[in-house]
Design a protein around this ligand. Structure first.
Ligand code: GTP
Ligand code: MG
Length: 449
């Protein structure tokens, strides 16, 4: 399997001898791959949206280690079926690529398998689309076993309909094996292997998701919330700020690819579990959200969500809409959401903040970097957690069955244990009920979450 997997990775991400699409040194280093970005604007696309999307594509390319040498934008009333862009533009693109010595063309729009194949045939250099670029970044950023498996699944699903093109390349470079017959046979074998691997990965990931659900249940000693938001909004920085923990933070896209959870004490009664997770982006590769089910299950199980926004970005409005779209795909639009407008330290115009809050609130502005607004955020979270009840540990004489019954009636019993003539309970109760039990002297010291 390992042997096959390696080979498949090679097929999937590279058409020459190198294993990755991009040189490992990346970021404009001497070995960075020179790339040309291409976008097609259709009648529905505004000038601003194309510019923004292109800027983001450049940022993605930079994160992946490519050096952007040129940009080509074409306005069309509709795309050309076979090559996406028109013939004239294609010739111009070929000339520009040759002039700049570009090794790679990156389309902002998604290409069909056939379009990719035709474009490469004409241009004779690698052509990838935004989805493939994002998947490549995911592949290089995946650290945990779960993230790696999820990325592999998404990549194989992307590659499956494109194997003809990828196989074509390999056979030609591999020294002209390529007569038609053996080629097709090999292709069928490859297709079958990829399908089998996809099935195995899906099963394995379903098991991981299940075991995570079991772990979550075991630690369900409190309210849970998740940080969601556009990539690079500052989710991990905010988790660090709230929990004082060392979660990886970087000025790059998709720094975080798996879930990290921390228990946060708001005061002695209110503690909750906050999870940081993978960020979203516009035009996410099809099927990626589905592949990341195990990682995103935390979001689905949360009591409420903190939607972190980089409010200093010109693009904040669109990013909020994108995130809402992905939350819809995850089926969590109905959960309570608090808007956290981050990077307040970089904003001069307070009006921009209140406009975002008016349109997308309720919420508040903070700076995860310098701590501004964090006390207010903690207070808002405390209220949210309190409205869901407090988790308390109770120690009640077994003889007092009326009191035990009342706990069951008023709240949710999370754990129950008989020790001698006492009943030890961990329960989630509305605040007044919790206060009454405390007044009766039934509270036990807080257990570990
Ligand atoms: N000026 C400023 N920068 C911030 C603030 N919060 C985060 N950043 C920076 O924004 C960049 C991204 O921060 P992360 O916390 O990694 O963002 P993220 O949302 O976790 O990003 P991904 O994991 O990539 O989706 C880093 O360079 C942070 O230092 C803030 O309040 N103000
Ligand atoms: Mg992060």
């Amino acid at each position: 399997m390992t042997k096959y997997r390696h080979r498949n990775r090679t097929q999937n991400r590279s058409y020459d001898e190198t294993k990755s699409l991009f040189s490992p040194t990346g970021e404009g280093g001497a070995n960075a791959e020179t790339a040309i970005l291409v976008a097609v604007g259709l009648p529905d696309d505004t000038h601003a949206s194309i510019t923004r999307s292109m800027a983001e594509l450049a940022e993605l390319a930079r994160t992946a280690g490519a050096e952007v040498a040129g940009r080509v934008v074409q306005r069309r009333t509709r795309i050309v079926g076979s090559t996406y862009i028109g013939k004239g533009k294609l010739e111009e693109l070929g000339e520009t690529a040759a002039e700049l010595g570009a090794k790679l063309v990156i389309f902002d729009n998604d290409l069909s398998p056939g379009q990719g194949k035709n474009l490469e045939k004409f241009l004779r250099i690698k052509v990838i689309d935004r989805s493939e670029l994002i998947l490549d970044i995911f592949a290089t950023h995946a650290r945990t076993e779960t993230a790696k498996l999820q990325v592999e699944l998404a990549q194989l699903e992307y590659a499956l309909p494109r194997l003809t093109r990828l196989w074509d390349h390999l056979s030609r470079l591999g020294g002209g094996i390529g007569t038609r017959g053996p080629g097709e046979t090999q292709l069928e074998v490859d297709r079958r292997k990829v399908r089998e691997r996809i099935t195995r990965l899906r099963k394995h990931l379903a098991r991981i998701e299940k075991s995570r659900a079991v772990q979550r249940k075991a630690r369900r000693a409190g309210v849970t919330a998740s940080l969601v938001g556009y990539t690079n909004a500052g989710k991990s920085t905010l988790l660090n700020r709230l929990a004082g923990s060392g979660v990886y933070v970087a000025d790059e896209l998709f720094a975080t690819l798996d879930t990290t959870s921390r228990v946060i004490d708001l005061d002695k009664d209110y503690r909750f579990v906050l999870s940081d997770t993978v960020g979203f982006i516009r035009k996410l590769p099809h099927g990626l959200v589905e592949s990341f089910k195990a990682t995103l299950s935390e979001v689905r199980e949360s009591d409420f969500l903190l939607h972190v926004v980089d409010a200093s970005s010109d693009d904040a409005e669109q990013q909020i809409e994108t995130v809402k779209g992905v939350l819809g795909e995850l089926g969590v639009r109905e959960k309570p959401i608090m808007l956290v407008l981050n990077k307040e330290d970089r904003i001069d115009d307070p009006l921009a903040l209140s406009e975002l809050l008016n349109r997308h609130g309720p919420g508040l502005a903070v700076s995860a970097r310098n701590g501004a607004g964090i006390d207010e955020l903690r207070e808002a979270i405390r209220r949210e957690v309190a409205s869901r009840g407090v988790v308390i540990d109770l120690d009640i004489p077994a003889a007092d069955s009326a009191a035990v019954a009342r706990v069951h009636r008023e709240g949710e019993v999370l754990e129950k244990e008989f020790v001698g003539d006492r009943v030890l309970l961990r329960a989630r109760l509305p605040l007044p009920g919790a206060a009454r039990f405390r007044a009766l002297g039934f509270t036990a010291p807080h257990g570990d979450t």
